[in-house]
Design a protein around this ligand. Structure first.
Ligand code: FAD
Ligand code: NAP
Length: 552
């Protein structure tokens, strides 16, 4: 493999690796590739780094994994020096962190911004990818790494008349860079997932009136966000070796927290309630790890769901609104649980109304209003907190063709198929970071990103050291992995919800539980074992073997 980028006969630039996307995954991938002496080019359709945190600038956007953990661990200097201001940093600070990392590790010189990767085609004879970008150029690369993000393809809903609306329309996942001022406006918010739940309380403080259009009520736990004290920061800094080790190797979700050793039904009512109360007061995602069977046993799950429903009824003064806000059609946690600041209390404000669009779906959007239940609700601005075509959406937008000209979209027509969430058979030398079939969105994603980037980096070094040129998931290994991913999911309550994990938010998308729920620690061990056994389940070939195969 070359160490310098070079030009091919056709004049196209040639790299060892093309990376698509400059979020946390693409940035770290570039850093590792450089450190190993590979040439790399990153393409990013946005004008800056940060991915999720570049695009999602809506009011109230912040992480829901605590910042001392939702941060890179690859550089001890970085984690010792960066000062997170709050328990859950707001979006501008996370974006500032991404920019700091880009500067600190001098990443920008190999990132081409404002450039979409449109297509990638694999040439079987030379084991090279041709990558075509939105500026009309084509480059070649031995490897392509898709760091395109699981929640990066914002989904505009198909609602009749949406394009006719004369007020401003915003999507939370594609928020403008200029300040949006809702002062004095009547704002409609469609969607009550994490983005809606974070933004509604903030918008309500500014707008003259907010109408929240709710299709599915969501479980949400208070964030209990607060400024971080020096003492808290210093505790993490002193304990990072163990915190990070635990998150990577032992945890299920990439978060340093207690591992429960009992089920919800092992405790009596009073004890159980006081345990839930303690976690509710602590706030955050660890509410779901009070007991070890909340994702497995519906009766156990009901105890946690009832607790949260009771809390909603305590907070929301109007009983009819409280009832509408109580989720009753899916187990708690089977849709990504939300973490909020004053979401439910916001419905006690006189300028906030909740509209149930499950019973009375939106009929159409007119020039000035949303029509539901035969009534027009007049609005000046509309916020679409309607989510993403998750996990596969951004990959599907690239025309990727592999062996025999088969496209990835053809192969994934009935749902994504990967081996370990890293590669898909028929698409040699193409890696996906946090792809479907890996823990990905069920985890602290920076932990999962670092694991994939490190695994891919080790793999590319191994190939270089052994003069190998092509690597591909074997079909039977992939089939076994897909079956395993499905089996593990089927033993949980997750498939019972119409969630984006299942593709259920996109009309026509196959219903398959996409992430791997076996846990971050066990999954890492599986990946390490596969590598230790000589990349078991992957076919690896050198140049001569490839040419012989092509000639025969
Ligand atoms: P992204 O950050 O999505 O970056 C992918 C990049 O690829 C994007 O910039 C995109 O423009 C670019 N791209 C895609 N396709 C192309 C193309 N064809 N050509 C060029 N560029 C392309 N996870 C957590 O673990 N904890 C949290 O608290 C958390 N909070 C979140 C809050 C929000 C609002 C959202 C939407 C997600 C959140 N997530 C959270 C998930 C989050 O997406 C990940 O944590 C992480 O930021 C993903 O990084 P990434 O680099 O893999 O993807
Ligand atoms: P989401 O969870 O998919 O929520 C989308 C919401 O819009 C849902 O309430 C959905 O209703 C509704 N909706 C979608 N299409 C609709 C339509 N046509 N008509 C009416 N309602 C419609 O999306 P999100 O809130 O952007 O969050 C996505 C993920 O990003 C989260 O789960 C999380 O992983 C991450 N995130 C994290 C944070 C954080 O706290 N750090 C913040 C934002 C996002 P249904 O439920 O009925 O489909």
């Amino acid at each position: 493999m070359s160490v310098q980028s070079s030009a091919t006969n056709t004049g196209a630039a040639r790299y060892d690796v093309v990376v698509v996307g400059a979020g946390f995954a693409g940035m770290y991938m570039l850093h590792r590739l450089r450190g190993l002496g590979f040439t790399a080019r990153v393409y990013e359709q946005g004008s800056g780094v940060g991915g999720t945190w570049y695009w999602n600038r809506y009011p109230g956007a912040r992480c829901d994994v605590e910042s001392m953990q939702y941060s890179y661990s690859f550089s001890d200097e970085l984690q010792q020096q960066w000062n997170w201001s709050e328990r859950y940093a707001p979006q501008p600070e996370i974006l500032q962190y991404a920019n700091h990392v880009a500067d600190r590790f001098d990443l920008r010189r190999d990132i081409q911004f404002d450039t979409r990767v449109e297509r990638a085609s694999f040439d079987e004879r030379d084991n090279l990818w041709s990558v075509t970008t939105s500026d009309g150029k084509t480059v070649t690369a031995r490897f392509v790494v898709l760091a395109t993000g699981c929640l990066s393809n914002a989904r505009k809903p198909d609602i009749k008349g949406l394009d006719r609306f004369e007020g401003k329309v915003y999507h939370t996942g594609h928020w403008p860079h200029d300040e949006v001022d809702f002062t004095g406006l009547r704002v409609g918010v469609i969607g009550t997932g994490s983005s809606g739940i974070q933004s509604v309380p903030m918008i309500a403080e500014e707008a003259s009136h907010v109408t929240v259009f709710q299709r599915t009520a969501q479980f949400s736990i208070p964030a209990r966000n607060a400024g971080l004290t020096d003492e808290e920061r210093n505790w993490f800094r002193a304990n990072y070796p163990e915190v990070r080790r635990f998150a990577r190797e032992q945890s299920k979700n990439g978060i340093y927290t207690e591992m429960p050793d009992r089920g919800a039904l092992d405790d009596g009512d009073n004890k159980r309630r006081s345990n839930y109360e303690a976690r509710w007061q602590r706030g955050g995602l660890t509410f779901m790890t009070v007991y070890n069977n909340l994702a497995l046993d519906k009766t156990a799950n009901d105890t946690a769901a009832d607790f949260v429903r009771d809390k909603i009824a305590e907070i929301v003064r109007d009983p009819a609104t409280a009832q509408l806000l109580q989720p009753n059609d899916h187990p708690i946690g089977s849709k990504r649980i939300c973490i909020d600041t004053d979401y439910f209390a916001t419905f006690n404000r006189p300028n906030v109304a909740l509209v149930d669009i499950k019973t009375n779906p939106i009929e159409e959007i007119t020039k000035t209003a949303i029509r539901t239940g035969g009534k027009d609700i007049e609005l000046d601005a509309l916020v679409l907190a309607t989510g993403f075509d998750a996990m596969t959406g951004s990959v599907a937008k690239i025309a990727i063709s592999g062996r025999g000209g088969q496209t990835l979209n053809q192969k994934w027509a009935d749902g994504p198929r990967t081996y370990l969430g890293l590669m898909s058979a028929g698409f040699p030398n193409l890696f996906v970071i946090t792809g479907p079939g890996s823990p990905s969105v069920l985890s602290n994603m920076i932990v999962s990103i670092e694991q994939h980037v490190d695994w891919i980096s080790d793999c590319l070094s191994h190939m270089r050291d052994n003069a190998l040129e092509a690597m591909e998931a074997e079909r039977d290994a992939e089939d076994r992995w897909v079956a395993h991913v499905n089996d593990v999911a089927a033993n949980t309550l997750y498939p019972q919800a119409n969630s984006w994990y299942m593709g259920a938010n996109i009309p026509g998308k196959p219903r398959i539980f996409m992430p791997y729920i076996g846990g971050v620690g066990p999954y890492r061990q599986i990946c390490n074992d596969v590598a230790a056994r000589g990349y078991e389940g992957f076919a690896m070939t050198g140049r001569r073997q490839t040419q012989q195969a092509a000639a025969s």
